[in-house]
Design a protein. Sequence first.
Length: 395
Amino acid sequence: GHCTTVCPTGALTLKPTLPHVYRAIHDPELTVVAQIAPAVRAAFREYYAIDAADVMPVLSAGLKQLGFDYVFDTCWAADLTIMEEGTEFLSRLAEGGVLPQITSCCPAWVNYCEKMAPDILPHLSSCKSPQQMFGAVMKQYFAKQLNVRPELLYFVSIMPCNAKKYEAKRPEFQTDGIPDVDMVLTTNDVIAMFRERHIDPHVLSPVPLDDLFGKVSGAGIIFGASGGVAEAALRLAAERVTGRRMEGFAYEGVRGLQGVKETTVVLGDSQVRLAVVSGLQNAQNLIDRIRSGDAPYDLIEVMACPGGCINGSGNPAPLLTSDTEQRLDVLYRLDEDAAIRTSQDNPSVQDIYANWLGQPYSEISHHALHTTYRRRSMRVQETAEKPREQMPVIE
Ligand code: SF4
């Protein structure tokens, strides 16, 4: 229809994605690669009632049948994010940088901050989200390994999240005019594609994820739950600060579905004060506390969706509270069973530093894996001075 009203959330600019993806997988010139976010597996397991351990190989088999050439796990890029974000945190602690450092991997939260609380932006980690870090790795590194021109590598994200569609279209997430992530599908989109193409996950033979980025850590997997990013960062910080290998990996204080969690963790001689919030009302309350000087934390994790990405709007809606609890459980069980528990132990993450990036937080990392934020305030007195910014159109 011809809609002339302005939609404050940008939802009216959402356009169907599936035709673009079908077109790409049928284009013989393109190498089509998928990444699957941590929280997708929990919803997928629930929807099709498959074993948690089989979800990723089954999903990978289905995507290959659809025509994808390579399938990777966004948890790999979550590990990379922790290398960068954990190092950023330790350097802010050591050099008296802006604290608390606040996570920036949820684009709905970043968007909220840019519009409603630009004074908080210096607290945000400069790290791109795992989705966007993986996009940069694809176009700047993997394309070279394959000997493919970056514009002929078509990278599709499978996310629990509609805000990720907007994130992928942000102009800063392009390299030489080529988007790092070409298209974002939600879990619901993939379920629809499987239905349209008569792909039944119950009869698929599992296919392992592709090499090179095939190994992921438990720390990357728990990114899908509220508190997971903070815990993954702690697993890095603890080893870096104490100089010792960890014996236990669980930080119970940041786990669970409560909208606000606070805990203090002792690392050697120092203490790290953490807050984990999910839900935008809780985030707004936290902003108010930071403004009034009543937020005595070093590190804060914020997710817009209550409970984190497991409850994202691109996942099927949980019908019962117990569904959400089970999704959480799935991620923590996969973490417990993982052969690698910390991001720094991921061998292919170590390889990418050896082969390309050098050190975490290096100049190359900064260029490829970090970003900046800017005020996008909608307040009346500022819109009078500045022309209104065009929101990117989401296709
Ligand atoms: Fe998307 Fe929600 Fe996760 Fe934020 S918390 S990244 S909005 S699914």
